[in-house]
Design a binder for this molecule. Structure first.
Ligand code: MN
Length: 433
C-alpha cells in the first residue's frame, strides 16, 4: 500500500532553492494524502478563507478528487471522501476542530467510515493551532500541514552546506507532516497557495495544467514578492491570466469568500478561478469586480479622512485609524481588509520603498500592515511585536500574530488604550539595524 501511495517523481513548476530543500517534506505530505485515499479514509481539507488559502484548497481538491473517484466506484464518492472547508481565523480554531471531530466521529458511528486525514492549508503552523490539533491527536487522526505562516522559534535545526535543511517547531509534536518554508530557511513570501499547488501536482501530475495558474493568484492575494512569485506570474500569464486579471481574480475570491462564510462554494469558486464553467469566468469576474470596487470605495470614503498620520524621528511613517468607528460595519471589506486598503493607499502616496506602518484598530483588536522596508531597515515583525506586548501588558490577554509585515492582534477592551500606546511607543523607538 505504501508503495502504491509513493508519488511519481515530478519537477516543480518553478525553479527554487527553498522548494528543493522542502522537497522531501512535500513528497511525504503527498504520500500521506495518497495513502489515505487508498485506505478509504476521507480527506478533510481546512484552509484559510482568503485568496491564498482558497487557491491552496482548490489545488488540493482538483488533485484529490480524480484519485478518490478512481479508488471508490460509487457515484458520490467525491462527497463522501473529500471535504473542504474555509476557516475564518488564520489558524485551526477550536470552533473548527470540534465541528470536524463531531462529524468524523458521527460518520464513523453511523456509516462505518474511517476517521479522516486532516489537511491544513495556509493554517496549522503556529502555536495557536496546538490546542485544536491536540484534540485531533487524541483520536489518532493524522494531520498534514502546508503553511507559510511564521511557526515560531526553531527548536532544532539541521544544516547542510551552511543552509538549513530541516528544523522543528512547537507544533511538530501534533502534526504528522509539516511543510513550511521557515523550516528550511525560507519565509512567508512563498505562499501556501504555491506550496499546496506543488504538493497537489506531486499527488496527481495529470492536473498540472488545470492548477498551474493558482500560485500567481495566491501570491497577488497575499502580496508576496519573491523570485518564485515572479515565475508563477509568468506561468499564469502564459495561461491567459496576466497580472492585472489575476489580481482581479484574487480580489473577487476574497469578495465572494466574505459572503460564503463557512461554505466552500466549490462551483462558484471554480468559475472565479477559471477552472470550470470557463465560458462564464469573464462575466463573473466583471460582475464581481465592479461590485467589489464599489464597496471598497464606500469603505475608503469613510475611512480615509479619519487616518491620523505621523512621521516619527526614526523616519517611520505611522498611520493610525479606528476602523470600528470610521468604517461601515458588517459589510465587505471587513476591518482587517479595510486597514489593508488604507495602507495600500498611503503607500502609493508616500512611496513603497519608505518605512510605513498602518494600524487599524477597534476597541479590542488591531490590524497591522507594514511595508517591507520596515522589516528590512528595523527588523520589524508583527509576531515579535505581539510577543513583546504580551510581556509588557500581561493582563491584556494579548494574542495574535501573522507575517513579518501583516498580522493582527487581539486584547482585552479595558486595556485597549494601554496596548495602543505601547504599540505607538515601540514603533516610535525602533532603531535601524
Ligand atoms: Mn497565506
Amino acid at each position: 500500500m505504501n508503495k502504491r501511495a509513493e508519488p511519481e517523481d515530478v519537477d516543480f513548476l518553478v525553479e527554487s532553492d527553498v522548494l528543493n530543500r522542502l522537497k522531501p517534506k512535500m513528497r511525504e505530505a503527498a504520500a500521506k494524502i495518497r495513502r489515505a485515499i487508498l485506505d478509504g479514509r476521507s480527506i478533510l481539507v481546512r484552509h484559510h478563507a482568503d485568496a491564498d488559502g482558497i487557491c491552496a484548497g482548490i489545488a488540493m481538491e482538483k488533485a484529490v478528487l480524480p484519485l478518490v473517484e478512481k479508488v471508490n466506484q460509487s457515484n458520490d464518492a467525491q462527497y463522501y471522501y473529500f471535504k473542504r472547508s474555509p476557516s475564518k481565523a488564520p489558524f485551526y480554531e477550536l470552533e473548527d476542530v470540534v465541528k470536524d471531530l463531531s462529524f468524523a466521529l458521527e460518520d464513523q458511528e453511523r456509516h462505518g467510515q474511517k476517521l479522516p486525514l486532516i489537511v491544513l492549508l495556509d493554517n496549522g503552523s503556529t502555536e495557536e493551532d496546538i490546542t485544536a490539533l491536540m484534540q485531533a491527536k487524541i483520536y489518532d487522526i493524522e494531520v498534514v500541514v502546508i503553511d507559510h505562516h511564521f511557526p515560531g522559534e526553531l527548536l532544532t535545526t539541521e544544516e547542510k552546506d551552511g543552509e538549513i535543511v530541516g528544523a522543528t517547531v512547537a507544533v511538530d509534536d501534533y502534526v504528522d507532516v509539516h511543510v513550511n518554508p521557515y523550516l528550511v530557511g525560507g519565509d512567508s513570501q512563498l505562499t501556501a497557495g504555491a506550496l499546496a499547488t506543488e504538493v497537489a501536482h506531486i499527488i496527481n501530475p495529470e492536473i498540472k495544467d488545470t492548477i498551474k495558474h493558482l500560485p500567481a493568484i495566491a501570491a497577488l492575494g497575499d502580496h508576496a514578492d519573491c523570485d518564485e512569485a515572479h515565475q508563477y506570474l509568468d506561468i499564469a500569464e502564459e495561461k491567459g491570466f496576466d497580472k492585472e486579471h489575476a489580481t482581479k481574480v484574487a480580489e473577487c475570491i476574497d469578495f465572494e469568500a466574505y459572503f460564503l462564510r463557512f461554505m466552500n462554494g466549490r462551483g462558484i469558486m471554480d468559475t472565479i478561478v477559471g477552472i470550470d464553467n470557463v465560458d462564464k469566468h469573464e462575466k463573473m469576474i466583471e460582475a464581481l469586480y465592479k461590485e467589489y470596487q464599489k464597496r471598497v470605495d464606500t469603505q475608503l470614503k469613510a475611512a480615509l479622512p479619519n487616518i491620523e498620520k505621523t512621521q516619527f524621528d526614526n523616519g517611520i511613517y505611522f498611520n493610525l485609524m479606528d476602523v470600528e468607528k470610521f468604517a461601515h460595519k458588517f459589510t465587505f471589506p471587513a476591518p482587517g481588509k479595510t486597514c489593508g486598503f488604507v495602507h495600500d493607499k498611503v503607500v502609493k502616496e508616500v512611496g513603497e520603498d519608505k518605512p510605513i506602518i498602518t494600524l487599524g484598530h477597534g476597541p479590542d483588536f488591531g490590524v497591522i500592515r507594514a511595508t517591507d522596508a520596515v522589516n528590512e531597515m528595523f527588523g520589524f515583525s508583527v509576531n515579535t511585536l505581539v510577543s513583546e506586548l504580551a510581556i509588557d501588558i500581561p493582563s491584556a490577554g494579548i494574542d495574535g500574530g501573522g507575517h513579518e509585515c501583516a498580522g493582527s492582534i487581539k486584547y482585552l477592551e479595558g486595556l485597549g488604550d494601554e496596548v495602543l500606546d505601547d504599540i505607538v511607543d515601540k514603533v516610535k523607538n525602533m532603531e535601524k539595524i
